[in-house]
Write a protein that binds this ligand. Structure first.
Ligand code: AMP
Ligand code: MG
Length: 433
């Protein structure tokens, strides 16, 4: 059985080929969307700044802007002849020995070359007696240097400079930058179309009544949709497919003609009613089946290629998740989400990171060697910043209440055996925790 790391590597290599030859990033469709909708979309153009930032020389402080050529020693007296506010600059002339009151972000007068912070003047003593309609004098309480406290025009961003590159996964800080540049619309890659199907005769859609005690609700589809909600994908829901060869063929055929990627849950074990692997082999191929992880062993990675009448223009990548809700969730986090990001045209150095922390086990943990375990637990942070994790004592993959009580996965190496309280383990906090 392939290790999780080897499977992740194999999928990564397949996706790199897909991005280069099957569906080159350079040929992907682009769409223009509003700035406020672009979070987690992938930028499809370089963005260059339409102007300098700062746009002009502006003050970094509240204080006084002093004319070029003025003495700047301690005890110098400066005549204050006006004011420059953010949004309304001082437009008059200044000569040596003169200055204006200025505020953070306000334009430095043409004749000014220094800003003295008000704390370095006698401002506090005279503030009550100042009549702003008349010139008044302030005294420097310490020496200053020309150029102090000025943010120079274009100092951070020059007009025309590329500030964001094609392939960037747009985040709140990028949106701040774009808004500062006045960008209202951005070109992003069109989201990939991801088909989702659940399989199983026992399944009923949430919202419909259960008809017999043998029926259960389809929880995997809502789980998958929620897990993928922050990704640049649109989801096509193919509903629940009964355990029936013809209907499975029909749905997979529709999906492969409509989607870039197909995700399924269940039907990939070796039961008599698990048709999905047969159908994938009929309409494409299985690249990998079963992975040495727990939960989530019966995982399928394959591709749909079409049939004799209808060969697809490009393969549709297929991820077959196991049926157990917990296995679906863990398999999606470890294998599907990273793959969809990789397929999304995001630049290689902007792939989302999998966050892990080292934590001390609070209790003994049972583990048999052979598969990489993702055990559920509750991670907590201690007052010194270190982490402690408590593993649930029962770890079967049908435990759904426990999954909701957990806030992390405890990652235990494939060849590891039992672990004792006090040992250090790697923990993946859930992305939502
Ligand atoms: P299977 O892979 O078809 O053998 O399913 C494994 C287990 O997961 C069985 O107990 C199924 O009833 C359950 N299961 C399969 N699909 C779903 C689903 N969409 N939602 C909830 N449970 C499921
Ligand atoms: Mg089944």
């Amino acid at each position: 059985m392939i290790t999780l790391e080897a499977l992740q590597q194999a999928i990564t290599e397949r996706i790199e080929r897909y991005n280069q030859t099957d569906f080159p990033v350079s040929k992907r469709r682009v769409q223009t969307i509003d700035l406020l909708e672009c979070q987690n979309h992938i930028l499809a153009e370089d963005i260059s700044s339409p102007f300098n930032i700062p746009r002009q020389n502006v003050s970094a402080m509240d204080g006084y802007s002093i004319a070029a050529g003025s003495a700047l020693d301690a005890d110098t007296s400066i005549e204050i002849v006006g004011e420059s506010q953010a949004g309304s600059p001082y437009t008059g002339k200044l000569t040596a020995g003169q200055g204006v009151r200025i505020f953070t972000g306000a334009v430095v007068p043409d004749d000014g070359d220094t800003v003295i912070m008000q704390e370095n003047t006698n401002f506090a003593e005279i503030r009550e007696s100042i009549d702003k309609s008349q010139p008044y004098h302030i005294t420097l309480t310490q020496a200053a240097k020309a150029d102090d406290n000025i943010r120079k025009q274009g100092e951070e961003i020059a007009e025309g400079e590329v500030v964001l590159q094609k392939g960037k996964r747009l985040n709140p800080a990028d949106i701040s930058l774009l808004a500062n540049l006045g960008v209202a619309k951005v070109k992003v890659y069109q989201p990939l179309k991801v088909g989702v199907m659940a399989t199983g005769d026992e399944l009923v859609a949430v919202g419909q009544p259960l008809q017999s005690l043998a029926q259960i609700y389809n929880s995997n589809t809502p789980t998958l949709k929620t897990l993928l909600a922050g990704l640049p994908v649109t989801i096509e829901d193919y509903g629940i497919i009964p355990d029936n060869l013809e209907q499975t063929i029909a749905t997979v055929t529709t999906a492969m003609n409509e989607c870039d990627v197909l995700l399924s849950s269940a039907g990939v074990s070796v039961g008599d009613y698990d048709f999905l692997t047969t159908v994938i082999e009929q309409l494409g191929k299985i690249n990998h089946y079963k992975v040495a992880m727990k939960p989530g062993k019966p995982f399928v990675f394959g591709e749909l290629l079409g049939d004799s009448d209808n060969k697809l223009a490009k393969p549709v990548l297929f991820f077959g998740l196991p049926g157990n809700p917990l296995s679906t969730l863990v398999g999606t986090l470890q294998l599907v989400t990273p793959s969809l990001w990789r397929l999304s045209s995001v630049s290689a150095d902007d792939m989302p990171m999998v966050r892990t922390v080292q934590a001390t086990l609070d209790n003994d943990v049972r583990k048999s060697a052979g598969r990489k375990d993702f055990q559920r637990g509750v991670l907590s942070q201690n007052s010194d910043g270190s982490f402690t994790v408590k593993a649930f004592s029962k770890q079967q993959s049908h435990r759904i209440k426990q999954l909701s009580q957990a806030n992390c996965l405890i990652v235990l190496a494939k060849d590891s055996g039992n672990l004792a309280a006090g040992e250090s383990v790697t923990v993946q906090p859930f992305p939502w925790s």
